[in-house]
Structures are given as C-alpha cells and as structure tokens.
Design a protein around this ligand. Structure first.
Ligand code: PLP
Length: 399
C-alpha cells in the first residue's frame, strides 16, 4: 500500500514543449539578432470576437446589480448556454437536448475528469500519434492503455480492423477528429465503423471534437452524433478554445446522450451526479461570453478568425506542395502534418529548421513513437510570420 497515487511515478516526463523551449532559448541566446517564426504553438493568436466581448461586458454589469446578480451557477451549466449548445447541434440535424449538453471549463479539464465514470479496471485504446493528455490522464488513473500506432498508409485514420489486427479490445476508445497532431479527419463511413464496433463490443467512444469548427468539407462529420448508433456508445468533448479563442478564457462542453448505458448504469445521470459533487459550475460571466459564440453574429465573427488560420494553413500547404513534400491535414484542420525530408528524424528536422531558417515547429515523435519522421506545423500564428516562414521553408527545402 502506498499513500501517494503510485501511478504518478509511471508518467514519462512531458519533455516535448520543454525541449522545444530549451532549444529555442539556447539558439536565441546565441543569435540575439535573429527573428523566430513560431509555427509550433497550439495556442491561438487572435483576440476574442466582438460579440463575445460585448457579452462578457454585459455579464460583468449583471454581476454589479442586485437584480441581475448570479451566485453559484448550476453545476452542469447555465440553462441559457446548454440550450444554445443543443440548438447548435439541432441546426445541423443532430438530435441533442439541453440536458445532454454539459458546460465545462475546457476540454483538457473534462478529458481528465471524465475518466472518473469508468471502472478502475477498464482498458483504453489510444490511437497514436495523439494529443499527449490522453495517455497521461490514463496513466495517472492506473488504466491499462493500448497504444494503436497508425501511419501514412491508412491516412493516419486507423480502423477497428487495425485494432483487431493488433489484438486490441478496449473498453474505452479515444477518437480525435479533426486530429491533433495529424489534421486527419474521419469520414462518416470511417466513424460508422468505430460506432458499430463500439456498440458490438460494449465499448464507449470518447470523441474529442476540439477542432470541429475547422471542418469546411460539408460531407465530413463535425460530431460523432451525426453517425447512426452513436447515441448508444459515445461521449463528445468539445472546446471553445480553438473555435472561438477561449484558450485563456476557458469554456467547453461535453455531450452525453441519455441513451448511453452500460451494465445498467446511465452515463448522463452519472455525470450529473459527478458534476453536482465535484464542481460548483463555471463562471456566469464566462458562460455569457460562451453563449454569444452560438449566436448568428458570434458564428459569423468566429469564422472570420478561423478563416485567417485556415489561410495560414493554406500558405504552409502551398509551400510543401511546391517542394513536393508529403503532408496531410491543413484543409479541415488547423494542423499540417508533414513527412520530414530525406529520411530525417523529427528532432533532426526541428534543429535543421531552427538553425537554418529560424522556423519552429513540433517534432512528431512527441505525439507517440509512430510520429517519428513526421513534423507538425500549426496555423495559429500571425499571417505575416506564417507567410515568411513558408517562404523560408520553400527556399530551404528546394535546395
Ligand atoms: N483536445 C485536443 C485535441 C487539443 O488539441 C486540445 C488543446 O490543444 C484540447 C483538447 C484542450 O482544449 P482546452 O483548451 O479546451 O482545454
């Protein structure tokens, strides 16, 4: 018996962003005159849109008056926001009710907390390369983790057959689409295979839709609930971070259908019980700001920002096209995932870009072993820096 949770001792050092920061710091100290071009960040660079700012100000004013003041908010979210979220789904023909939409402080918080609802002995399947928090949160919880590596031959979109081939049968399946880091997006058919597989095996899918707003191809699913059968096997975790610039403001939502049950227990009811015990709700002011995202004006404005990022992605893709480098993502996602040229390793390519053209990206190896030999560019930087970085990449790789 150990008093601390001994699983924390099994966590690998999260060296990815630390290593990047150290390398950049060292280079900058040695070359103080050089400007850096940062295409590695996963944070947004544009401010909140006007509709959100107005609503936040209104929220502050409401708190200043006795008649409009709000104390504790409902633990599962303010009804005005839960209704807006449900409406957002309903407008797309997806049948979700306000009671199935839970307001959160962001997807990261939720991805960690949601594990609480699964028995200690459940196993999880994580498709790699993956957003690192999936693995770490499950290591902390002492879960059995199956890593499902994927590669270019399947477009970084593994199928249930790939899991079966590896002899994996897991209770909880993580799917991130559009994917961080690969930018790959499942088609409806691809997701249907996972939904059918989960329903047949009694597994639960945790669908991370943090980048749904970047999907522009109308045939691609933005929500797993667009897929028939998902209401009996999936939970969807969403975030306003990249959708609406809420990385520092903090707001997300989680959809748990009332029809999701396993072993006689209902996940929606369990989550109500969890939230009413473990949170006292999200700030009224922030929820007011969040509700503005779902208005017509808010949607128009957030998509103006998303289009700026999407244009950055286009600039990066054009540069890679010109030098004939393989990549995926970028079109329906804010990330471009490229094959490192000339058989270079991820970190080798990182150093090569830093030293020669001062462009900073993210080595694919940091997202799982099978990411070795790949590299991620983010489109969240400024258009000016992205343009200059793309020009530099083109000139360097043309040689
Ligand atoms: N899920 C994915 C795939 C992400 O890339 C991120 C952030 O980069 C998150 C979740 C976390 O989002 P939030 O800011 O809402 O915690």
């Amino acid at each position: 018996m150990s008093i601390p949770n001994k699983h924390y001792g099994e966590l690998k050092d999260s060296y990815l962003f630390f290593n990047i920061a150290q390398k950049v710091k060292k280079y900058q100290a040695e070359h103080p005159d050089k400007k850096m071009y940062r295409l590695g960040i996963g944070d947004v660079s544009l401010p909140l849109c006007d509709a959100v700012i107005k609503a936040l100000h209104q929220g502050v004013d409401d708190q200043a008056n006795k008649d409009s003041f709000h104390g504790y908010m409902p633990e599962c979210g303010a009804p005005f926001l839960r209704e807006k979220i449900a409406e957002y789904y309903n407008k797309r023909g997806v049948d979700i009710t306000a009671e199935e939409a839970f307001v959160s402080s962001g997807a990261s918080d939720e991805l960690g907390d949601i594990i609480d609802m699964f028995d200690r002995n459940t196993s999880v399947l994580i498709m790699e390369p993956a957003y690192p928090a999936y693995v770490d949160a499950n290591v902390m919880a002492g879960k059995k983790i199956y890593h499902l590596p994927t590669g270019r031959d399947e477009g970084f979109l593994p199928t249930p057959k790939s899991a079966e081939k590896e002899g994996i049968k897991a209770d909880v399946i993580y799917i991130c689409s559009p994917n961080n880091p690969t930018g790959a997006v499942y088609t409806k058919e691809g997701l249907k295979d996972w939904v059918d597989y989960a329903n047949a095996n009694g597994s639960v899918i945790l669908f991370d839709a943090a980048y749904e707003a970047f999907i522009e191809d109308p045939s691609l699913p933005k929500s797993i609930f667009e897929i028939e059968g998902a209401r009996t096997c999936a939970i969807e975790i969403c975030s306003l971070s990249k959708t609406a610039g809420f990385t520092g403001t903090r707001l997300g939502y989680t959809v748990i259908p009332k029809t999701l049950e396993r072993d006689g227990m209902n996940f929606n009811a369990m989550w109500v019980r969890n939230r009413t015990t473990k949170t006292n709700g999200v700030s009224y002011i922030i929820q007011r700001g969040g509700a503005a995202v779902f208005t017509d004006e808010g949607q128009k404005q957030i998509h103006e920002n998303i289009n700026i990022y999407k244009n950055n992605a286009k600039v990066i893709m054009q540069a890679l096209d010109e030098v004939g480098i393989w990549y995926c993502g970028g079109k329906n996602a804010p990330y471009v995932w490229m094959k490192c040229p000339n058989g270079m390793g991820s970190w080798e390519f990182f150093d090569y870009l830093l030293e020669n053209i001062q462009v900073i990206g993210t080595p694919g190896e940091g997202f799982g072993k099978c990411g070795e030999g790949y590299f991620r560019f983010s489109s969240f930087g400024s258009p000016e820096d992205t343009k200059e970085a793309a020009e530099r990449i083109k000139n360097l790789l043309k040689k």
